[in-house]
Each structure stands twice: as C-alpha cells, then as structure tokens.
Design a protein around this ligand. Structure first.
Ligand SMILES: N[C@@H](CCC[C@H](N)C(=O)O)C(=O)O
Length: 279
C-alpha cells in the first residue's frame, strides 16, 4: 500500500490514498500503522477517498470531490481534524489530485464541508465557528482545573492555567479526567497560558493538548480554534485573530462572524510503500 507521511506543526499523519474506497481499514490496522515502534507512527491516519465512495462523505459529493476519512492513532474516529485537513489539502495539491477553483478547495469531512486556501507557504482551512456551550472541569493528578466546553465539530475543553502553574510542568502522560455527562463521547483537553503580546494579532496564547484517541500531541488545529474562541470571549470580542503557540509551532486562528480560519504550515515528509503490519 502506498503511503505519504505529513504533519502540521508536529501533528503527524499517515496519509493513505484510497480513491475508490477499496481499502478495508479497521481500528486495529489504524492502531498498528500509527504505532511508533512497530508501525510507521503517527497521531492519526488520513484516508484520501472520493466523497462519493464513502458512506460518510456521499452526502457532500456534490460539493467536494474528496472526503477526509480521519482516524485517531488508537483506531477511533473523530468528526474533524484541523491540522489533518490542512495536511490532507497539501497532499491533494502536491499529488495533483485536486486544483483549487478561484483559490478555494473544498473538502468533505464528518463535520461537514471545509474550504481550504493557500496562505503564502501555509495552508488555511475555513471551518464552522466554534460554539462555547458549558463550563466543566479537567482533573490532572491532584489538580481540578475549570474550563469551557467548546464544539468545533469535535469536542474540546479549554482550561486556562491559574497563576503559579506552568504549562511545561504539567504531566500529560495520562489522560485528564473529565465529566462524561458533558462529554459523552470523550473530549480533547487544551491547557493554556497567556503569551507575550504580539504585533498584528488580537491575542497570543500558549497551549498544550491531550487529544482524545491520540494522547498528548505537539499540536491540535481544532484545539487551537477552541482556544482562540475562548481567548476572544475573555477579551469581550466576537471576532479577531489569535496566535496559538503549541509545542510544534504556531497556528493562527481568525474568527469572523460566521466562520473560523485555521492557518499554519502543512508539510509532506516521506512517501513509500507500507507492508501492512499484522495487529
Ligand atoms: N489533531 C486534530 C484533532 C484530531 C481529532 C481529535 N483527537 C478528536 O478525537 O476529536 C486537529 O488538528 O484538530
């Protein structure tokens, strides 16, 4: 099986081109591919399949040729992956599978249609506006941290650290505890701190994330969107641009009245033939 490896700010993916949906991808196979010692290694898998050929993409086949079939590294599905969408688009462009029309390339996802654009060397995707819908808490060892529940197509809990706690000091080797009544399907948990003021943006936030289905990652695009929405709310703004620094680099999120743009680097790093690992 042919594969390509790529990443967006260190959030890395194994890309499997499967235009006609012929591949029998299972949770066990995805977990084996993403195993960093016995497989290729990755935070997730992006299967590149024609929207018309995938049951979750068929309804959007009239709007987008390609469906991003995203899987977390433990073999679970997620509705959306912001960095994955940007890397997916890089793959479509570099492999000649798609060409933007009037600068825009639509992609079907489980969370609906996203629209991608080139942003200089970077790739930006337009997603739905994050929806802040509840307060909740995350438990990390002996700490209980209050936070805001945010729907970005997938679920997030954004927890700003109180004064005196450093992001670098958090132990994210284990999943934070959360309230399953608010997050019945699990949650991605972002921990944040204020960054130094930066020119050209309305705010600057530092973030670490523990992702549902992938553990701690170097970056999470939808997480950055959730964090930006909370940062704007905290300065009493509905719209604006927030720089979000993750361990793997910088993402820029712009909220408009009716959408959310996520921009940052998206790179392809390797291509080859995968001998399917036996789970
Ligand atoms: N890293 C992704 C999010 C991937 C999905 C997430 N782990 C979930 O289960 O919701 C991103 O860049 O958004």
């Amino acid at each position: 099986m042919k594969f390509t490896k790529g990443h967006g700010t260190g959030n890395d993916f194994v890309i499997l081109p499967d235009p006609d949906g012929a591949l029998d991808l299972t949770p066990e196979l995805v977990a084996a591919i993403c195993d960093r010692r016995r497989g290729l290694g990755g935070d997730g898998v992006l299967r590149v399949v024609r929207a018309a050929k995938h049951p979750d993409g068929a309804a959007l086949a009239g709007d987008a040729e390609w469906f991003m079939d995203y899987w977390n590294s433990d073999g679970s599905f997620a509705e959306m992956c912001g960095n994955g969408a940007r890397v997916f688009v890089r793959f479509l462009l570099d492999s000649g599978l798609a060409t933007p029309i009037h600068g825009v390339l639509p992609v079907a996802t489980r969370a609906g249609l996203v629209r991608a654009r080139l942003d200089g060397e970077d790739i930006a995707v337009e997603m739905r506006r994050p929806r802040l819908y509840a307060t909740s808490t995350a438990a990390l060892g002996a700490l209980t941290l209050p936070g805001t529940a945010v729907d970005v197509g997938n679920p997030h809990l954004v927890c700003p650290l109180p004064a005196g706690l450093e992001l670098t000091g958090l132990d994210l080797t284990r999943a934070p505890g959360f309230d399953p009544t608010i997050f019945p399907s699990g949650v991605n948990v972002e921990f944040t701190a204020d960054g130094e003021p930066l020119d050209g943006v309305d705010g600057h936030v530092l973030m670490r994330v523990y992702e549902r289905g992938s553990a701690e990652t170097l970056s999470c695009g939808t997480g950055a969107c959730a964090v930006a929405a909370v940062a704007l709310r905290d300065i009493a703004r509905e719209t604006g641009t927030i720089a979000v620094d993750v361990p793997g680099g910088r993402l820029t999120v712009t909220l408009t009245d009716n959408s959310c743009w996520l921009s940052g680097p998206a790179l392809l790093t390797a291509t080859g033939t995968l001998t399917l690992p036996t789970p």
